[in-house]
Design a protein around this ligand. Structure first.
Ligand SMILES: [Mg+2]
Length: 304
């Protein structure tokens, strides 16, 4: 019985997505009631038939901690076999590239290491470019991606999501360096994130803002939703921004950021998504889909 219910859910979702796509409504909201479940999706006017590359967020979109979003592995395979280029972009600052890659492998996602672009990588690039010695407010594991960078006698501050660093002593250390003229580099400024226990937790944003407030300085942000982050992510693909779509669970950082950079954006209702998030961004998301598999169906059915 459970199998039958799951199968009919999947079938109805796909029928629904295929049905919606060719119509290209303007800010139209649709509700389908099947008796078994109800799905609500919104499609906005957009040209999706010229898409050549897809940027995919990790946490909250492909998986939540060590659990994959149901059907995400199969959906990724469908996307990859369509010939579209894919890149995995993440603001996850607690974990180095190696951990992210290992998790994706363990969960059965077919991903190449070179296809992952993280905000830690972008931050390291900026530190090298500025030739500074950073105080790293990062978790020990994340420091792996800064291997070889000198950190003695620091003259810069790098802030990522680091629960163990966000205490009075370490924050004061950073505060004093900033007062002495050190630049403030924020890996990203996410307000909060969601863990597998279902609770929301403070992101690095409030702590970066605290340092900015105390020192009257502005942080240089390197991760999503910065335009340079999205441009860097597709640089080696040789594909234009207008031919790229971003799929993510964060309305502002994934979808809003990508769209400001000139890409299309699909918001998924998994991970940190909360009802009404799509209303927080202008322009509106290209599409709002239930989850990653539904977003993939939407993209593939849009191609000419
Ligand atoms: Mg996410």
């Amino acid at each position: 019985m459970a199998f039958l219910i799951e199968s009919s859910k999947y079938l109805m979702k796909n029928i629904f997505c295929s049905f919606l796509n060719p119509i290209k409504r303007n800010s139209a909201a649709e509700v389908v009631h099947t008796g078994v479940f109800s799905v609500r999706s919104v499609c906005y006017s957009a040209t999706m038939d010229q898409i050549k590359a897809v940027l995919i967020d990790l946490s909250g979109t492909l998986h939540i901690e060590d659990t994959a979003i149901p059907g995400a592995q199969e959906a990724l395979k469908r996307l990859q076999s369509s010939g579209l280029k894919t890149k995995f972009v993440t603001n996850t600052t607690k974990e180095p590239m190696r951990t992210l890659y290992d998790r994706l492998m363990k969960l059965g996602f077919n991903v190449k290491r070179s296809e992952i672009f993280t905000s830690l990588t972008a931050a390291r690039g900026l530190v090298e470019q500025k030739q500074v010695r950073p105080l790293l407010l990062l978790e020990e594991t994340a420091k792996e991606d800064f291997e070889g960078i000198g950190t003695d006698n620091p003259n810069a501050v790098v802030v990522g999501l680091s629960p163990t660093s966000f205490n009075y002593e370490r924050m004061n250390e950073a505060f004093r360096l900033l007062l002495d003229g050190a630049p403030l580099i924020a890996i990203h400024k996410a307000r909060y994130y969601k863990k597998a226990d279902g609770l929301l937790y403070l992101g690095p944003g409030p702590f970066v803002s605290g340092l900015e407030y105390a020192t009257d300085k502005k942080a240089e942000v390197v991760g999503k939703p910065e335009k340079t982050f999205f441009l860097e992510a597709i640089r080696d693909l040789g594909i234009d921004v207008e031919n790229t779509v971003m799929i993510g669970d964060d309305a502002r950082d994934d979808v809003g950021g990508a769209m400001k950079a000139g890409m299309k954006g699909i918001l998924v209702k998994t991970g940190k998504y909360r009802a009404g998030d799509e209303k927080k961004i202008t322009p509106e998301a290209t599409a709002l889909c239930d989850d990653f598999p539904a977003a993939v169906d939407y993209i593939l059915s849009s191609l000419s």
